[in-house]
Design a protein around this ligand. Structure first.
Ligand code: SAH
Ligand code: SF4
Length: 387
């Protein structure tokens, strides 16, 4: 199995940009300390788009026209928007459709049906997205932050710390780029559409709460307000920021919540997921069940299988007891070892026994496929295939 380093060799120039943006606190949106990405149409809701267009001296309906081009036809080129007066094209393009992302590298595997893109933003920060095409769906795994502040020791992203939050439009653009490639027939299997989105790339989505929620709205609202992807196809994965989970439940967006548990007991979870010291397993699961209750959506419990660390039969039993009778599904993820780490993925026997015990207790369980592993998933992580 080949692992092509994608970020490793570029980490040095990321650091050299010196762009850092500390979180103001877990679960809260970070505050830009060093400029911000240019404003883009996808950052704005309909009212704000109309206001922006009016400020430039154009009738508000021009905002809807540009929106239709961008979200409906996936066009980011104002010069080609021939239903706009020629004089308006340049002004509106410059004001609403700045180039936000540059492709640094595209890597494909699985005969081209899995494609990972490394992006560079306006300030040089790097992040990744992955497109995975299956016979019945296309899932895009997107980043919500450049880096991550949560410091989970098994995760490649966690090792580099947080560079900054991504803007709403930087998140949306990852999906639009994938949608464009599909529409243009660039992904084997003929022209297609994005059906699922998982926030399982770089970053902790709920630590960039407002921008992520705005991105979900943009992705799911119908054209011309947004891209029109079904909210039921969207999964937000969190390490367990309890207040933010409660807030998300109150948004009444029918998105799936994935909780990265990785251990059923606080003693181990404190080390695998350091934020557990602030919000322990009981609190995280209580917030998850409240979420399931208020949205009717099944919680996805993510569990990276690490040999000899969290894969003991007794932990399977404890996990099963904690999930018994709840609206939950367990996704076991074979660990994708990060460079230099002593940890490895559980062996097949341990994995099988873990699955057997969970299922025997009535807990629905699957092992995530290792799609994209040879291109190192998203930032050393495996993107979801089961959701
Ligand atoms: N920060 C969020 C979402 C991004 S990580 C979260 O942690 O949930 C997406 C998923 O990949 C999480 O379940 C995470 O625990 C998992 N993951 C991270 N590093 C991994 C690795 N080396 N091997 C397998 N899964 C990993
Ligand atoms: Fe951040 Fe998720 Fe990685 Fe933890 S697993 S460091 S929360 S991206």
């Amino acid at each position: 199995m080949t692992t092509l380093p994608l970020l490793d060799d570029l980490e040095a120039d990321v650091t050299a940009t010196g762009s850092t943006e500390p979180l103001t606190g877990p679960g809260l949106a970070g505050k830009a300390t060093r400029g911000r990405p240019p404003r883009h149409l996808a950052d704005l809701d309909t009212a704000a788009r109309r206001a922006a267009v009016a400020e430039l001296g154009f009738p508000a309906y021009r905002a809807d026209q540009v929106s239709r081009h961008y979200f409906g036809r996936l066009s980011g080129d104002a010069a080609a928007m021939t239903d706009l007066p020629a004089a308006a094209r340049e002004t509106l393009g410059a004001a609403l459709l700045p180039d936000l992302l540059t492709t640094v590298r595209d890597i494909a595997c699985d005969d081209g049906t899995t494609r990972k893109t490394l992006w560079r933003a306006y300030d040089g920060v790097l992040f990744e997205s992955v497109l995975m095409r299956y016979p019945d769906r296309v899932t895009m795994c997107v980043s919500s932050q450049a880096g991550c502040a949560m410091g989970c020791p098994f995760c490649a992203t966690g090792q580099g710390g947080l560079k900054r939050n991504l803007s709403t439009a930087e998140i949306v653009e990852q999906v639009v780029a994938g949608a464009r490639a599909l529409a243009a027939g660039e992904v084997p299997g003929g022209p297609g559409r994005v059906s699922n989105i998982v926030f399982m790339g770089m970053g902790e989505p709920l630590a960039n709460y407002q921008r992520v929620v705005a991105a979900v709205r943009r992705l799911t609202e119908p054209v011309p307000r947004g891209l029109g992807i079904s909210a039921r196809g969207v999964t937000v994965s969190t390490v367990g920021l309890v207040p933010a989970i409660a807030k998300l439940a109150a948004e009444k967006l029918p998105v799936t919540l994935a909780v990265s548990l990785h251990a059923p007991d606080d003693e181990l979870r404190d080390t695998l997921v350091p934020i557990n010291q602030r919000w322990p397993v009981d609190d995280v699961l209580a917030a998850a069940w409240d979420y399931a209750h208020s949205t009717g959506r099944r919680i996805s419990i993510e569990y990276a299988m690490i040999a000899g660390v969290n894969d003991q039969p007794w932990r399977a039993d404890l996990l099963a007891r904690r999930l018994a009778g709840k609206l939950a599904h367990v996704n076991l993820i074979p660990l994708n070892p990060t460079p230099g780490s002593e940890w490895s993925a559980s062996n097949t026997g341990a994995e099988r026994e873990f699955v057997r015990r969970l299922r025997a207790s009535g807990v629905s369980t699957t092992v995530r496929d290792t799609r994209g592993r040879e291109i190192d998933g998203a930032c050393g992580q495996l993107a979801a295939a089961e959701v």
